[in-house]
Design a protein around this ligand. Structure first.
Ligand code: F6P
Length: 543
């Protein structure tokens, strides 16, 4: 049975099926495997996944599941939820499931009971959000807060940004804006037109040392003080795992919402990092979001690997990446509200699994995280789908559908859904050259023109996709979707032998920027490559 295969045997079986898939129409598998659709359609925490348009046969799926098992996915999953130091290079747990577990749960990070602390911070966020929304907590001049400017970057920005765009009311009582980039244009746009007397500024940084966030935080504080005097500081909130740095910055301790080092930045939306969203969306929305994440945790823990959504989604990517040699994956939500999903996943997947050595420092045998990109359908269709249908690279896709959307004119949503289904079908089925030729002959084109045109109008097809559908874009569904992707990324990391929870690859550029900054500001010159030195000279003169 494949389930008892060794990892080497499972890899070999997966690669053999992938080899066969290179010349096998995906469509043919539906006839060959009568239970294919049922077998590859999985319900998880209110989401439905269809993985039947992937190139794997039943044997390939068995091999992929056997590979997950043989790679130790179950044992690593236990270690993750048990709060073991799965982030071994930093000797930390990665216990984001504790943040969305029901109150009164019992999670331990490296043996320390953390659930009481989680519940306490959650209570503080709820109380603060309720007080701001009800007008019990007001600004320095007595005005209620109408705006929040959320300042953070990477994991301290992308999740809240995604959540706000996905769930924001059309006419919010409290508006939420974001500034992440150290490019001054970003904060200028975020503050533009706001009344400081009605504005809260949330500074979100796990380390509270990140250059961009500190620079934007100082500028925002100056903006508050210029209008409100020193009392403006009471409009500052901090979210961080570094209370000392928060105190040194001057944010009052009763305005600090803390989280701990066992919360990874890109896994932190469930923590106090979601504070701005909890205030602007209301606590009930935030709690429903947490519940959706917890429901996906329960599914990931309990469903057999053969029916486990994060496992199957992750293994589909392993099949495409390592079996078929695919270098990228497109994520296309047919929901304008999910337009920040792709940037969020870029950090989640590429920062977690974009690595070339194992968790113990050994070179990896297999290729790891592919490029992830995407944009909402149908916009993406009119931008880059040409390449997805007819380009020389085959790029697997993930379509995300929302069955019902109360927004927009009647009938509009069916148009959106018809496009989603059409794209997935067209990519798989394609259009043969014979079919195209027949049409051109019927149109009366001459043979030379047909020879020229027919190949251009042919669609090779056999381009794989997965489909994830939710009934409606509710807070619960969004929570389930994000937790699905977190666990999918974890499964891939286990199979590839990666520590998915560190990010050493972001450090070098930061160090070098800190070296170059004083030079641009007129300080002494340091040694660089010739191109960099020349540019420092040129850009220094432009300051
Ligand atoms: O530079 C990458 C990174 O360290 C991410 O991992 C993190 O989400 C982001 O910077 C922001 O970090 P912080 O929350 O500490 O400001």
């Amino acid at each position: 049975m494949p389930q008892t295969m060794t990892a080497a045997g499972a890899w070999a079986a997966l690669k053999a099926d992938a080899e066969a898939a290179k010349s096998r129409p995906i469509l043919s598998l539906y006839a060959a495997e009568p239970d294919r659709l049922d077998r590859l359609t999985v319900d998880a925490a209110g989401l439905t996944l269809d993985l039947s348009k992937q190139p794997w046969s039943a044997a390939g799926v068995d091999a992929a599941v056997a590979l997950a098992r043989a790679s130790g996915v179950e044992a690593r999953r236990t270690a993750l939820f048990a709060g073991e130091a799965v982030n071994i290079s930093e000797d930390r747990a990665a216990l984001h499931p504790a943040l969305r577990a029901p109150a009164g749960s019992a999670f331990f990070a490296k043996g320390e009971w953390v659930s009481a602390d989680v519940d306490h911070v959650r209570g503080a966020i709820k109380a603060f959000a309720d007080a701001v929304r009800s007008g019990d907590t007001v600004g320095a001049t007595g005005k209620p807060f109408r705006n929040i400017v959320h300042i953070g970057i990477g994991g301290s920005d992308l999740g809240p940004r995604l959540m706000w765009q996905a769930l924001r009311p059309l006419a919010p009582v409290i508006n939420l804006r974001f500034a992440s980039n150290v490019d001054g244009s970003d904060l200028a746009a975020a503050l533009d037109g706001l009344d400081p007397a009605e504005t809260l500024v949330t500074l979100v940084s796990k380390t509270f040392t990140t250059q961009e966030t500190m620079a934007n935080g100082e500028a925002a504080r100056a903006w508050l003080r210029a209008a409100l005097g020193p009392g403006g500081d009471a409009h500052l909130l901090a979210v961080s795992a570094n209370p000392k740095a928060v105190a040194a910055f001057g944010v009052s301790p009763d305005r600090l919402f803390a989280f701990r080092d066992w919360v990874g930045g890109r896994y932190s939306l469930w923590s106090a990092v979601g504070l701005s969203c909890a205030i602007a969306l209301g606590w009930d929305v935030f709690q429903a979001f947490l519940d959706g994440g917890a429901a996906m945790d329960a599914h990931f823990l309990e469903a057999p690997l053969e029916r486990n959504a994060p496992v199957l989604l992750g293994m589909a990517q392993v099949f495409n990446r390592n079996g078929m040699g695919r270098r990228a994956r497109a994520v296309i939500p047919y929901s304008q509200r999910l337009r920040f999903l792709a940037p969020f996943l870029q950090q989640l997947e590429m920062e977690s699994n974009g690595k070339r050595v194992s968790a113990t420092g050994k070179p990896l045998e297999n290729m790891t995280a592919p490029v992830v990109f995407g944009d909402p359908g149908t916009n993406a269709q009119h931008a880059f789908f040409q390449m997805l249908h007819q380009g020389t690279d085959v790029i697997p896709l993930e379509f995300i559908g929302v069955a019902e959307n109360p927004e927009g004119p009647p009938g509009g949503h069916a148009k959106l859904l018809s496009n989603l289904l059409a794209q997935a079908e067209a990519l798989m089925i394609g259009r043969s050259e014979d079919d195209v030729r027949e049409e051109l002959v019927a149109k009366g084109l001459d043979p030379a023109a047909i020879d020229e045109l027919a190949p251009q109008r042919t669609f090779p097809g056999n381009r794989p996709s997965s489909l994830i559908v939710m009934d409606a874009l509710t807070p619960h569904a969004l929570g389930a979707l994000i937790a699905l992707y977190e666990h999918k990324t974890f499964v891939e990391g286990v199979v590839w032998g990666i520590n998915s929870f560190d990010q050493w690859g972001v450090e070098l550029g930061k160090v070098m920027a800190n070296r170059i900054l004083p030079e641009l500001q007129g300080g002494p010159r340091a040694a660089h490559d010739p191109s960099t030195s020349a540019w420092i000279e040129r850009l220094k003169r432009k300051k």
